[in-house]
Design a protein around this ligand. Structure first.
Ligand code: NDP
Length: 395
């Protein structure tokens, strides 16, 4: 019997609200809050049609801590699920502390004016959450999220020592637009246009953006060129996976996407600093976001599959071992079930599974946690039941 407050009514917020609505035993009262009420209304209507359940909605500006605290004090939810943008992580963590409500998110904090993401800002809340007896679960999406849990599962069951991890993220689907991003365009383009970074032999190594790449044969999709990026789960996995010698993250991109990205970068459209335009200051990447398709609108025409997993090498019982732990998700199936594409679906489902772990007391400790610090078994059981079956392929 739990009341949950979901903040953010975008592509991921919609999936989270639908999946909570499907699980009547755990989520007995669902409140969806976002900056723009009309987006909550649209999701509310779809949930009534598809899941046969009425959720409650309200407007909130999550940048305004006082406003969120007032909402939390009035509603007294058992958990706040933050699926707004990474910029809102710290104000929402502050509001949860002030109102005594546990917290969960899917992406780590980024300051709006610097394209830089790292856990330091959120890890700094450790003592305050411990003292308040509250739990904050960080990065409960797919990557970060499920990929961290795959590593924890490998550490617990499959290996005595893990030497290398390559996280491999493939979207083998097609949305029919010449150029679109699958989640918030501003956050997505900031991530891709940064220098690449990976960890090897105890130190971080840098590459130019998308400089290092190789082809990988993804189950359910086939061979795709995969490009090295820096991704936030590397930072926590380096700390929490014992004996690790190297960890990298790769994502696939088609040539059409890369050509658009190069042109947009060359002409300054991915800049995050304000420029003067007809007497106004505008941030080019925010203007670009306004022109690009809304990620939550892509689902209707999306075909194909995502295939995301962890390629892990190490030693078990004195012998070398190599496995790929992965999930395949079909865009069109996601549309039928919750009116979304697979990227939002593979993020939203783990957020709801993480919430279920916290609300059922299976994951319940005061403090700030990354996913791999908790027992992977109940999470992975629930994940498979809630729409994301996973597999281990011995290589
Ligand atoms: P969208 O841009 O589609 O949605 C974001 C939502 O947050 C919008 O409804 C937006 O409102 C709302 N919002 C923004 N600012 C505020 C605010 N100040 N107060 C209240 N609501 C606000 O993004 P996505 O749904 O694609 O992504 C959501 C999150 O999921 C992001 O943090 C993203 O980084 C993360 N993510 C994580 C992944 C993972 O695997 N771990 C993968 C993909 C995404 P409005 O409509 O007014 O703009």
């Amino acid at each position: 019997m739990s009341k949950v407050l979901i903040v953010g009514a975008g592509g991921v917020g919609g999936v989270v609200a639908h999946k909570c609505a499907q699980n009547r035993e755990v989520f007995t009262d669902i409140l969806l809050a976002s900056r723009t009420l009309s987006r909550c209304e649209k999701i509310q209507k779809e949930i009534e049609e598809l899941q046969g359940r009425k959720i409650r909605i309200t407007q909130v500006d999550a940048d305004d801590v006082k406003q969120t605290v007032a909402l939390l004090q009035k509603e007294k939810p058992a958990l706040l699920i933050n699926v707004a943008l990474p910029y809102q992580d710290l104000p929402l963590m502050d509001a949860c502390l002030a109102a005594g409500v546990p917290y969960l998110d899917t992406a780590n904090y980024e300051p709006p004016d610097v394209a830089k993401f790292e856990y330091s800002w959120q890890w700094a809340y450790q003592e305050r959450y411990q003292k308040a007896g509250l739990m904050a679960l960080l990065g409960s999406g797919f990557d970060p999220g499920v990929t961290n849990v795959f590593c924890a599962y490998a550490q617990k069951h499959l290996f005595d020592e893990i030497h290398t991890v390559d996280i491999l993220d493939c979207n083998g689907g097609s949305h029919g637009h010449p150029f679109a991003t699958n989640f918030n365009p501003e956050i997505n383009l900031r991530e891709i246009t940064q220098n690449g970074r990976y960890w090897e032999d105890g130190e971080w190594k840098e590459t130019k953006p998308l400089e290092q790449h190789f082809p990988f044969d993804y189950p359910g999709v086939g061979e795709r060129e995969s490009y090295l990026l820096y991704h936030e789960e590397l930072e926590s996995l380096v700390k929490n996976i014992r004996g690790l010698k190297r960890i990298r993250f790769y994502m696939t991109f088609g040539q059409e996407y890369l050509t658009h990205l190069r042109v947009l970068g060359n002409i300054g459209m991915t800049r995050i600093d304000p420029v003067e335009f007809q007497g106004h200051k505008i941030v080019p990447i925010q203007f670009l976001k306004a022109l690009l398709p809304d990620p939550s609108s892509l689902g209707a025409t999306y075909t194909g599959k995502t295939s995301i997993g962890c390629l892990i090498e190490g030693v078990k019982n004195g012998k070398p071992r190599k496995v790929f732990i992965y999930n395949i998700c079909d865009h069109a199936e996601c549309w039928k079930e919750v009116r979304s594409q697979a990227i939002s679906y593979t993020t939203g489902v783990p957020a709801v599974v993480g919430a279920t772990m916290m609300l059922q007391g299976l994951w319940k400790k005061p403090g700030v946690f990354n996913m791999e610090q908790l027992d992977p078994d109940p999470f992975l059981d629930e994940l498979a039941k809630r729409g994301l079956p996973w597999h281990v392929k011995e290589l």
